[in-house]
Design a binder for this molecule. Structure first.
Ligand code: ZN
Length: 232
């Protein structure tokens, strides 16, 4: 309810053209609806990866959505936030064997940060106390592949696709001439570039990362095994 009031306050302040008071984004003071989600950044990463191991082995937990919906009707405290590609083969809640209210997910083809996604993660950290953010790339990403082709051939893609190409071009350029598979290299580089962007995003995420309140990590999802490899 606090979160809803905060959102309303933000909207009202914005509508009135007022400066938004910092307390509008203050953390939820109520008891968290999922106490098991109150974790340190390291413990949150450990839980995320243990969930992935269950998914890989095909021994995921049965989710009781009815019970979870009830518990979550008064708020949310996800233990991790994930930036994933929109690719239908990569489903963060499935691949980390997570339930409702566990993972705060933002998705866009090519899993890159823009202002709206950055604001969403700021909300997760500031208002929901989420201790972990993962940028999750994946094997054979069509968005990265299309960017490589567009950069190589110098062609302009139709519609709004050039915006996506522009966002992914820095990763493609950074791996030009590197040994190994260019697509795989660009996918990893794109994840790490966006991890760095999030770590440096002032004022909210940079401060939270510097003070170790949150961790920001990168991972790449393997399509066949389902395993998420953490990137250093
Ligand atoms: Zn993709």
């Amino acid at each position: 309810m606090i979160a809803r009031r905060s959102a309303l306050k933000l909207a009202t302040a914005a509508a009135a053209g007022l400066a938004i008071a910092p307390q509008a984004l203050a953390a939820n003071a109520q008891a968290p609806p999922k106490p098991e989600n109150v974790l340190s950044p390291d413990a949150a990463l450990d839980r995320l990866m243990r969930g992935n191991a269950r998914y890989v082995e095909g021994v995921g937990r049965r989710q009781n959505f009815k019970h979870e919906r009830e518990a979550l009707s008064r708020g949310q405290n996800p233990f991790a936030a994930v930036l994933s590609c929109a690719d239908s083969r990569v489903a963060p809640e499935f691949c980390f064997d997570a339930g409702l209210g566990d993972i705060f997910v933002c998705r866009v083809a090519g899993n890159f940060i823009n202002d709206d996604i950055l604001a969403s993660f700021e909300y997760a950290v500031q208002a929901l106390n989420t201790p972990l953010i993962m940028v999750l790339g994946h094997e054979a990403c069509g968005a990265v592949d299309a960017t490589i082709k567009s950069v190589k051939d110098g062609t302009t893609l139709p519609g709004h696709l050039p915006a996506l190409v522009a966002a992914l071009t820095p990763a493609v350029n950074a791996v030009q001439g590197a040994p190994g598979d260019m697509l795989a290299n660009a996918i990893r580089r794109n994840v790490m570039l966006n991890v760095e962007k999030l770590k440096a995003a002032a004022p909210i995420l940079s401060a939270a990362a510097d003070s170790k309140k949150i961790r920001i990590v990168g991972g790449v999802y393997a399509l066949k095994s389902g395993r998420v490899e953490l990137l250093a």
